[in-house]
Design a protein around this ligand. Sequence first.
Ligand code: NDP
Length: 460
Amino acid sequence: MANYDYDLFVIGAGSGGVRAARLAALSGARVAVAEEHRVGGTCVIRGCVPKKFMVYASEFAHSAKVAEGYGWSESQASFDWKRFLAAKDREIARLSGIYVTNLNNAGAEVIHGRAKLVDAHTVEVEGKGVFTTEKVLIATGGRPWLPETLPGVEHAITSEEAFHLLELPKRIMIAGGGYIAVEFAGIFAGLGVDTTLVYRGANILRGFDDDVRAHVTDEMKKRGVKIVLGCQHERIEKTEACIVNHMNSGAAIETDLVMFATGRAPYTAGLGLEAAGVKLAENGAVAVDAYSKTSVENIWAVGDVTDRINLTPVAIREGAAFAQTEFYGNPTTFDHDMVASAVFSQPPVGSVGLSEADARHKHGKIDIYLSRFRPMKTTFYGGDERCLIKLVVEQGSERILGCHVVGPDAPEIIQMAAVALKMGVTKPQWDSTCAVHPTLAEELVTMREKHVPQGLGAAA
Ligand code: NDP
C-alpha cells in the first residue's frame, strides 16, 4: 500500500467538507482540510447565517408597526447599519472559530490556502506545500453567477458584497426571482430601502407551488417591495447621480445599487480536476454517483459543487454519508427525496414535497386542500397580511405528496411536517392529529374541504 501523508484530504471547509472531515478524523483517519477563505463556507460566512441575522434585523420595523396595534406607543427607534454589521461580524467570527475548534478537537488538520489537485493522489496548497493522500473529497461549494455579457454588469453587486455594504443605499434594484433575490428584497425593504425586484419570468420562486408564488408576490408587495415581472435586463448604466437599469420593455429603473441574484455556479475553476481526471456534468458540476463518488476511484464530491440540492443540511448529510461509507464500513447514501426547504422572505415560506403542478404531472389525480386566512395576530391590529396553507394529496392512496406554508414561522412549521411526509403520512392519519390551539399551524390538520382550483395549476 502506498504511504500517503493523509488518509483523506478535503478541499473546502464549508458545511459538507467540515462534517465529512470531522467524522473521518473521529474514526482515527489522518485528515487534512484546505480552505482558502474562512472556515465555515458559504453558509456560515456569506450565506444562510448572516442572511438570517439580516432578516431578523429587518423584521423589527414591521414588528414596531404591529406593536402599535397592540397598545404600544409609536417609538422613534432608528437603525444603525454599521452597528448591526459589527455585531454580525463578531458572531460570524465566533461561529467560524467553533468550526475550527471542532475540526481540531476531532483531530483534523486545517490548512489555510488555496488547494488544487496535481493528480488523483496529490494536492498542492498555495504557499503551504504539496501533500499526498489516499482519498480526496471536493467540497468547494458554489459562487454567485452573473450574466457576464450583460453590458454594465460590473456595476452590480452580488449577495457576497451585500453582507459588507459600507452604508445602506436609499434605493436598490435586485435582479432574479429565486431564494436570494426574494430574501434580500425583504431584508432591504424591511430596513427602509426603496426596493425593486426585477424578474424575467411570469412569477417569482420558480419551482415552488404556483399558489405559494402568487401569495408571496402579493404579500411582498404589501410590505412595500416593487415587483417587476417578465422583464430582461438590456444594459446597466452608471451615471454620476445613480445607476440606471435598462430593460427590454423599454422601461428603465433608476437606482443607487444593483444586486444580481441570478443563481450560483459550482466552484470548480482552477481546482485541477482535469489533471486528476474528474468528469464534470454538462452544467459544470462535479458528476457523482449515489455515494458521491466521482469518475475517479479515490475522489468524492459533496455539496453545492455537485449541484444536486443546494442546501446546507443536504451538504452535511452527503458529507456524513461519505464518511460513513468510507471510514466506518457502513455504505450509506443520502435520500434526496422529500427534502424540506424554507425561503426567508417576508413573509417566509416552508415547503416540502411536490407542488400541485408537479403532483398532477407525476401522479395524475390529486386533491388539494387550501386555506388562506388572516392569522389572529394580524386580525387584532387590523393588518391585511394573509397566510397560506396547502396540502397536495394523492387520490386513492390518500398520501400527502406536498405541504406548503406561507406565513410567520412557516420554516419552523415545515420541519415537523417534513417528518410526517417523509414517513409517507396519509391525509386520514394527518387529520387524526389533534390541533394545537390557537396557532397558525392548527389549520394544517383541520382542513376537510377539498379545494377546486380554477383551472389546473399552471406550470412555470
Ligand atoms: P436560484 O437558482 O434560486 O434563482 C436564480 C434566479 O435568477 C432565478 O429566478 C432565475 O430565473 C434568475 N436568472 C437566472 N439567469 C438569469 C439571467 N440571465 N437573467 C435574469 N435572471 C436570471 O438562485 P439564487 O441565486 O437565488 O440561490 C442559489 C441557490 O442557493 C438556490 O438554488 C438555493 O439552493 C440556495 N439558497 C437557499 C436558501 C435557503 O434555503 N433559504 C437561501 C439562499 C440560497 P428563472 O427562474 O427564470 O431561471
